[in-house]
Structures are given as C-alpha cells and as structure tokens.
Design a protein around this ligand. Structure first.
Ligand code: ARG
Length: 653
C-alpha cells in the first residue's frame, strides 16, 4: 500500500476548508528519516498559516484534531511551531506487515488505471561499437520499464536504433576504399568499426587542417586583447577580473590547438596514413554523398547497408544479453523512412510547417530556432523521424505516455519535438524527456581511455567483472579455511552478477540529471551505498536460513505471524511497509535513485535489526518463527527492488 498517498488523501479533505489549492501543502507531508518523533511529518502549517492569517501552531492543532487517521496512526502529535508528527500505529503496522508477507507482490497492488507507456531507451547508433555513453540510457531505461511493468502498466520498451544516419555514408565510403577483406571475413563488425574510425579520422584531419589558421589567428587576437586590457586605464579590481576571464579563454584556445596538433600529428607521423589522407581530400563531402545515395535508394549502397546492419545488431545483442536487457520493440530510424514524406505533407497541410530559406520548418510560438523537418537538399531529419515515431506510437500502439531516456544534451530537440507534437494533435499524450548527465573519469572530464578514445562498453563490463572476481577471491582468503571455496564456474557467475550489478547500481543511484565520476573501486565496495552491500544483505538472510536449517518457502507457507516486539523490528517493518509508496514516488518523476536510496536504507535497517535481534537464538520459538518471516520478507523486498533495477541477487557470496 502507498502509505504516504493514503495519509495525504486524508489531509486533503481537511485542508479543503483552508485552501482550494491543497497540492503544494500536501507535498509537505513526508516520511521522516529519524523516526524518534514519528514516521511521517506534515510541516505545511507554517506556510498555510500565513495564507489564512492564523497562528501556525493553532492551525496545526486544529488540523490534527480534525484529521481522521485513527485506523493507520496513533493520535497525531503537534511539536514546536506547528509540525504535525504521525506515528504508524502498532496495530496497523502489524496487520500490514503480515499482509505483505502473505502477498507474492510484497503488498504492492497493481495500479487501478493502467496506462500504456512506450519507453524509448538505449538507441545506439549502429555500425559503431557501443561505448560508455550508451550505458546510462540502457540501464535507466530498463529500470523504468521494469518498475512501471511491476506497477501494472502496459509497457513497450523500444530501442530506437540509429540505423540510418550519416555514419553509414562514412562506413560505405570506407568499405569502398579501405577495406581489409580478410579482417572483414573474420569479424565484420570489428572491421566496420575500424573503417568508421578511420574515415572519421581522415575527415577530422582535413577539418582540423582547415581550422588551424583560424585557431592561430584566434590565439594571436586573444594575446593582443590581454595586452590591451592590461594597458587600459581603470579600476584595478575590475581589471584583474577581466584578466582572469581572458586568461581562461586563452587557455581554452591553447587546449584546442594542442588537441588539434595532437590529432594532426597522429596522421602525419604515419606515412601510410598520411598518404591516404592526401589521396582523399574530399572524404567528408564524398561520405555525405554516399549517405545521400543510400537514402535515395541506390541499389549498391542499399545492398551494403543490408549486409552491415544485421551483423552490427548481432554484436550489440551480445551486450544486451549480458546485461539482461530486453526490448519489446526494436524499430530503428530506418523503419520510419517510408512515412517521412507524408509526415511533412501533413504538417504542411495543417499549416504547421512552412518553407524558410529553402527548408521546411515548424515555428513554435515563443521559440526562435525553427524545428527543421526537411533540409534544403530534400533530406528528412532526426526530427522528422521522431515525429513519425510519435504518430506510430500513438496509432497503432495506443501509447498514453512516451518517455525518452536520452542524454541531457538533446533537451532542446525534445522540447521542440514535444511542442510540435502537441500542435500536431498529440496533446493528450504525456511526453517526457527522461534526461541524464554524463559519466566522468576521475579527472572530472567525460570518461575516456588513457589514449583519449571513448571506452567500449564490452571492455567496461569485462573490467568490472574482473575486478569483482578479485574482490571475491580476496574475501575467500580473508575468510580463511572455514569458508567453502566456490567452484571456479560458480565464482565466475558470482563475479558477473556483482560486477554488472555494481555498474548498474552506481549509475542508477545518482540523481539522473547529475554527472558522476566512474569509480570501479567505489562501486564494488562491500560497505556503503552499493549493489554489493545490498547483495550481501540478501545473501546474509539466506545464510540465516541455512544456519537455522529451514527453507524460506516453508516459512512463507506457514501460518506463523510476524510480531513486532523490539524497536529495531518495528523500524525494519516501517521501512518495508513503505515499499509500494517508494515505487510510485520513484515513477512520479522517473527517478530510479529513489528506489536505490530506499534499498540502502532497508539494508541498513536490516543490519541494525540483526545487530540486536538474534533469529536463531530468539527467546521463544514463536519469536524465532516471527523473525524468520520478517527477514524473509526483508530479503524478498531487497531482491524485488534489485530485480526492478535489473540487478540479480545470489544466495551465497
Ligand atoms: N540514436 C540517438 C543518439 O545516439 C538516440 C535516440 C533517442 N531516441 C529518439 N527517439 N530520438 O543520439
């Protein structure tokens, strides 16, 4: 049950006397971390009192006297200037915890009015290997699908693969000019990735050479500006401030120049590569031409595309399998190509799109930049495809909500997309850009390998699993003789679960909008807010059952009841009872970190319970049976929570 929602709805009827906009005050009713004064607290009285011109404490007392919560809570207590403290009653809590234990959904009822969600996530651009940048969308999107589905919604996870973009022109160009046939036959995807990188490198090379004089000029100008600013009369403080700003800008230019020099010299220091660069001065233009030919239906390029895409999808599938990620649909950009002309025609007919400087654009009232749906050369855009996708998701898929789990850097695109879609007649749909920040290296810059390349996703996973294996082995050593050594294959499997769980959890636990630093060491720590800690807590419960020589199933089927006699038992029970509330609040803004926070607190509550309350040596057989049931429920909530984040648990670690 969603306790918070229930409490809020009870308050809503009382607050209607004071205001016709109670929502903002109801939001000020929250669970409290330190349960000494209660389990929930309402602190709206101070704010509401201002509105009604009353004394806050008197108002709090009046509300507390009127509120009908006696079935759930002990009589409310008003503290200080007007905090209303609520404590779940022992009777209600006892009933609720037993209801949860007897329910195979841990007390979480499916929503009354399920919606159809399309969750657009992962969406890598294929023919390039998956890299660290794809991790967040994949992991966050999967967690959201799992949670919504568990809550009873109809969910379609859709992998909107980038399989029609300009990268194909580059690969086709590369294939036609630089193919290593033997390598291609051995591992097509690897060779295509090499070709992509190589063509990219040559394109960059020519771009940078053209840019070099401009950078040099920019540097000279900046130096002059600095000199001029130093010589100019004026307030010393102001001047220092300006100097600081200019020196910062100078640094940026210097970095750009250094970066550019480095890239140029990589090509120039290799005579073979340099010769090829010279032989292909128009590589960028010609690659774009290959893309245009593909889009225009050129048989040769289409044939190559048809050969490349399945091989690439196969390779990506390997990563998804390993991460245990499934999609209901994988309709890439190419799927919508036949529909794009009709989309533009319809937008035109409805007066939404019009020509501007040769391109077809949608102008959104209040926004300056146009949303381009067809370029001057006739090509359709990323935006056109997204509009066609919305149409399809609405009909035939009947989506009520469309979530886009995509990097924050695409915010502007989605703002315009959603606005255009509303104007186009999709106002009833809930559109949401579930945006997220960047994964950073220890240096605070986007995570790269030492040589400056993007980090491949496969190698990232391998590294985490390798590290997890080391952790397990060092544990075994530390535990000496009395711990049975895991068989090698079991150990490998455990390492896989810990390593991948660690990566996923670390990603999910951050507020998705923030950037975070990737630290393998931190994410595999046994103590702290990590998957490993939660997985250990789970395994510990399984260990209790092994020690007591009882099957968890047997305990679950028994008619025994949980009795909450110790304060730590009560704390744990309150924590468990909040599970349903947490899942709903995690989905109100699509924030999996609300669930990770909860799991961390739950594992902590379990740990402090177990420090003080013995299960095996409980004072009476009834108490032992009760505690077995309580820890079984704890393990089930932990495992369910982790499962909803796409993280596995193991009985023995
Ligand atoms: N392929 C895109 C990229 O890598 C992400 C796709 C996101 N989904 C969408 N419907 N636009 O940037």
């Amino acid at each position: 049950m969603n306790i918070l929602a229930e409490i809020r709805s009870r308050f809503a009827s009382v607050l209607s006397v004071y205001t016709d906009q109670p929502a903002q005050y109801l939001e000020m009713i929250r669970p409290v971390e330190d349960s000494r004064h209660g389990d929930y607290q309402a602190n709206f009285a101070m704010k509401l009192a201002k509105l009604c011109n009353q004394n806050p404490r008197d108002l709090a007392l009046a509300v507390a006297a009127k509120i009908e919560l006696s079935d759930i809570c002990a009589p409310p207590d008003v503290a200080g200037p007007g905090f209303i403290n609520l404590r779940l009653s022992d009777g209600w809590l006892g009933t609720e915890i037993n209801r949860m234990a007897a329910d195979d959904r841990e007390g979480v009822a499916p929503v009354v009015s399920p919606k159809t969600y399309v969750v657009d996530f992962s969406g890598p651009n294929v023919a390039k290997p998956m890299h660290v940048g794809h991790l967040r969308s994949t992991v966050i999107g999967d967690a959201i699908c799992r949670i919504l589905r568990f809550l009873g919604h109809q969910v379609l996870g859709d992998n909107h693969i980038g399989d029609w973009g300009t990268q194909f022109g580059m690969i086709i160009y590369g294939y036609k000019h630089f193919l290593n046939q033997a390598a291609f036959e051995q591992d097509a995807v690897l060779e295509l990735a090499r070709l992509y990188r190589f063509v990219n490198q040559l394109c960059d090379y020519h771009d940078l050479r053209a840019l070099q004089p401009k950078l040099d000029k920019g540097l000279a100008e900046k130096l002059e500006e600095i000199d001029a600013a130093a010589a100019a009369p004026g307030d010393e403080k102001q001047k220092q401030k300006l100097q600081k700003k200019l020196t910062g800008e100078l640094e940026v230019i210097r970095e750009q120049i250094a970066d550019s020099r480095k890239k140029l010299s990589t090509v120039e220091s290799n005579p073979q590569v340099e010769a090829l660069a010279r032989q292909h001065p128009e590589i960028a233009v010609k690659s774009r031409l290959e893309t245009a030919k593909l889009h225009g239906g050129d048989p040769e390029n289409l044939k190559l595309w048809n050969q490349f895409v399945p091989a690439c999808l196969d390779a990506i599938q390997g990563v998804y399998d390993r991460l245990n990620i499934h999609f209901d649909l994988s309709l890439g950009e190419s799927y919508y190509q036949p529909q794009l002309a009709a989309v533009v025609a319809d937008l035109k007919e409805k007066g939404l799109a019009r020509e501007s400087e040769g391109a077809m654009c949608v102008f959104i009232p209040g926004t300056e930049t146009p949303f381009i749906v067809q370029k001057t050369d006739g090509a359709f855009t990323y935006a056109t495809t997204d509009l066609a996708t919305i149409k399809y998701r609405r009909q035939p898929l009947h989506a009520d909500a469309m979530l886009y789990v995509v990097d924050t850097r695409q915010s502007e695109h989605f703002k315009m997309l959603f606005e255009t879609a509303r104007l186009w007649g999709y106002g009833a749909v809930e559109f949401k850009h579930v945006n997220f920040g960047t994964i950073l290296g220890e240096d605070g810059k986007p995570y790269k390998t030492r040589s400056g390349d993007t980090v491949g996703l496969e190698s990232l996973l391998d590294e985490a699993v390798g590290e997890a294996l080391k952790v397990i082995e060092s544990e075994e050593l530390a535990n000496g003789e009395d711990r049975p050594k895991l068989a090698a294959d079991v150990k490998q499997r455990v390492a896989e679960i810990i390593g991948l769980g660690g990566i996923k959890y670390a990603d999910l636990k951050h507020n998705r909008e923030s950037d975070y630093k990737y630290s393998l060491k931190k994410m595999l720590a046994k103590e702290g807010d990590t998957a490993t800690y939660m997985q250990y807590a789970y395994a510990r419960v399984c260990g209790i059952f092994r020690k007591c020589d009882v099957e968890r199933d047997v305990v679950r089927q028994s008619p025994d009841r949980i009795v909450l006699s110790h304060s730590k038992e009560r704390n744990l029970a309150v924590q468990l009872a909040r599970f349903g509330e947490i899942l709903e609040s995690a989905m109100s803004e699509y924030r999996p970190n609300i669930l990770t926070d909860y799991l961390f607190q739950t594992a902590n509550a379990f740990s402090s319970f177990y420090d003080e309350c013995s299960v095996r040596d409980a004072e009476t057989p009834e108490l032992r049976a009760s505690r077995l049931r309580l820890v079984d429920l704890t393990a089930r909530v932990l495992a369910r929570g982790l499962e909803l984040l796409g993280i596995e648990t193991i009985e023995q670690m």
